[in-house]
Design a protein around this ligand. Structure first.
Ligand code: ADP
Ligand code: MG
Length: 250
């Protein structure tokens, strides 16, 4: 068995020199898809302090996923700046994790739950991508935390909506990222899964992690989040009457 190669992560400067930087700082961001003239996000300004849980709220098509994908470095931006812990997007790629919307995952892929969750560790594996004991332990901790240990051997094509969502969350957790970008983790889930997701959000906060959640669910906002950022048609929208606002995000 080849041991873990303790080499520094390429392109990542450990010991962030700008310790006062917010977890996420977005200035004047515009983004759009290739071949599309229309912008999916227009002039967004957002600052998320370290350790905050923030909801990105808006109807379908308002730009929530585009915002998270831009921060994750999955979409080239058209204009503006994004800084993560004071650094450029991708400067320290394993520090940020993006949990895709359930509908974007190919659930027919022949892989079992445990292996899919383990793939969340890949950014940490050395040459040959060989997982070590420590990686499997982290997978077990996440499976337990999300109450899905018993379905570890199940093919991902055999899961219910709530189980799919738990598996995606487990996969995001094992990366040990500092900034978690969760795209609609509450979609199509049962009450038990909802409760577990709430607990996970709280636990991440207690660990000093920063979590940004795209959602269109407006219940329990004050319980699950410290702040909310509203989007409509690609632009920042005003807090709706009686809506949750929380901490300042500018
Ligand atoms: P939300 O996540 O809030 O539902 P999105 O960020 O997915 O919104 O979409 C914002 C806008 O970008 C919408 O008008 C949508 O049609 C468009 N869009 C999203 N994905 C693509 C894509 N892959 N190609 C072209 N346009 C897209
Ligand atoms: Mg979306």
């Amino acid at each position: 068995m080849i041991g873990r190669l303790h080499v520094p992560y390429s392109g990542c400067r450990h010991g962030n020199p700008d310790t006062l930087a917010p977890a996420l700082e977005i200035k004047n961001l515009s983004a759009g898809y290739s071949g599309e003239q229309r912008l999916a996000l227009k002039k967004i300004n957002l600052s998320v302090p370290v350790g905050a849980r923030v909801a990105i709220v808006g109807p379908n098509g308002s730009g929530k996923s585009t915002l998270l994908k831009s921060v994750a470095g999955l979409l080239p931006i058209r204009n503006g700046k994004i800084k993560i812990y004071g650094e450029a997007v991708g400067a320290c790629f394993h520090r940020t994790v993006y949990l895709p919307q359930r509908s974007e995952v190919q659930w027919s892929f022949p892989i079992d739950v445990r292996k899919l969750v383990l793939s969340g560790r890949y950014v940490h594996l050395g040459w040959f991508h060989r997982a070590a004991k420590e990686d499997y332990q982290k997978v077990d901790v996440a499976l337990n935390q999300l109450g899905i240990k018993s379905i570890g051997q199940r093919q991902i094509s055999q899961l219910s909506g709530g189980q799919q969502q738990r598996v995606l969350l487990a996969r995001a957790l094992v990366q040990d990222a500092d900034l978690l970008l969760l795209d609609e983790p509450l979609n199509a889930i049962d009450a038990d899964t909802r409760e577990i997701v709430s607990k996970v959000l709280k636990d991440l906060k207690d660990k000093g992690k920063t979590v940004i959640v795209a959602t269109h669910f407006l219940d329990k906002m004050a319980q699950d989040y410290d702040g909310a950022f509203y989007l409509n048609e690609g632009e920042e929208a005003a807090i709706p009457p009686g809506g949750f606002s929380g901490i300042k995000l500018r």
